[in-house]
Design a protein around this ligand. Structure first.
Ligand code: COI
Length: 354
């Protein structure tokens, strides 16, 4: 259990217009910080006014990307209260990331306590409008000033919060995806399953390429054969082909998304066949030509459920469901967001009150 000290601001910021939040543009009044020192563990947990960090220019995070992060959300319910969605899964995923990156982790209990304490403090920042939420970004950084390559002796675990609307400017309308056949996101034994900033930094060149070609995002193929579909830049990806829903297996190169996991659980509950076998991109394009590629959608905390309307692979283009959101995509979106915003009963036991 963390002993949290509170230093609250007297200068609260003006709240942004809820109908134009976008993603990651505004930050709440406070942030959570706890320090970690080798041999001493976690200490000095505090909630302080949102402010710039004071970091030594030699801090290891700045040189060797020694950091990890999470993405989760708090939702405003019809009765005005606020809830989280499966925060234990984010805590566990961050522990797995930190293990791979030689960073220290909070226990699941302390992680959830810190998230709840910050959200409670800035509860008036959880937006009310339909489709909005408070995005929560916990992260760990290596703070020791040292230029030799080795694990850091000091770290900080920090949480910031941002009121958000839709991640994509297209909203719930289908996004266009470019299949990357030149660059690689992840290889076996690497960091593909982690949420570390380096994975995202290394993906940008492909995102720029996709944008230049008129596509919103990149779909990554496996790093060994460039043959099997893995994940999209900011979300996991699902393909409904001839009645079965396929998604890439989480075998070390794919991020184990909390939304991904929740969709698989819902699909299984509804009796829809789900396959986590590796799926060749050539099979996806072939299914499209044969009229069997019924739906494609991405899942993620930021992206929620995003239908995909077009896939481009090596000059070949697959158009999906006439650019409209598919039936299963729609049902997953309605069910998941219904549970998250407290509009339908949570019979899966996924939500946690703040
Ligand atoms: C999330 O969905 O929470 C993510 O972390 C994706 C992101 C990099 C915006």
């Amino acid at each position: 259990m963390l002993d949290i000290r509170y230093e609250l601001t007297q200068n609260k910021k003006e709240k942004p217009d809820e109908s134009a939040l976008g993603f990651g543009k505004y930050y709440t009044d406070h942030m959570f910080i706890v320090d970690h020192t080798e041999g001493q563990g976690w200490h000095d947990a505090r909630i302080v006014p949102y402010q710039p960090l004071a970091l030594d220019p030699a801090a290891m995070v700045l040189h060797y990307a020694m950091e990890s992060f999470e993405g989760m959300k708090a939702y405003r319910l019809p009765d005005g209260s606020v809830q989280l969605f499966r925060p234990d899964r984010n805590a566990e995923r961050m522990q797995n990331t930190n293990h791979r990156m030689c960073l220290p982790s909070l226990s699941t209990e302390d992680f959830i306590q810190a998230v709840k304490a910050l959200v409670k403090t800035d509860e008036d920042w959880v937006p009310h409008q339909e489709g909005t939420s408070l995005y929560i970004r916990p992260f760990v950084i290596a703070t020791e000033p040292h230029l030799g390559v080795r694990p850091s002796a000091t770290h900080q675990f920090i949480i910031i919060c941002s009121p958000v609307g839709a991640y994509y400017s297209t909203g719930i309308n289908p996004v266009k995806i470019f299949v990357e056949d030149e660059y690689t996101r992840a290889c076996p034994g690497g960091t593909g399953f982690t949420k570390c900033g380096g994975n995202y930094a290394a993906s940008l060149i492909s995102q720029v390429k996709a944008h230049d070609l008129g596509y919103e995002q990149t779909l990554w193929l496996d790093g060994v054969e460039h043959k099997y579909v893995e994940e999209v830049g900011s979300m996991n990806c699902f393909f409904k082909i001839d009645g079965t829903v396929y998604t890439a297996p989480c075998v070390g190169t794919v991020l184990p998304g909390v939304t991904r996991m929740s969709c698989i659980e819902l699909l299984k509950k509804w009796g829809i066949p789900v396959s986590e076998e590796r799926l060749p991109v050539a099979d996806v394009m072939k299914a499209s030509k044969e009229g069997k590629l019924e739906e494609v959608f991405g899942t993620g905390t930021a992206a929620v459920i995003s239908p995909v309307g077009e896939l481009r692979y090596e000059g070949d283009v697959a158009y999906i469901n006439d650019g409209k959101i598919g039936e299963i995509t729609h049902k997953l979106y309605d069910t998941l967001t219904g549970i998250q915003w407290g509009k339908i009963p949570d019979d899966m036991g996924w939500t946690v009150k703040v």
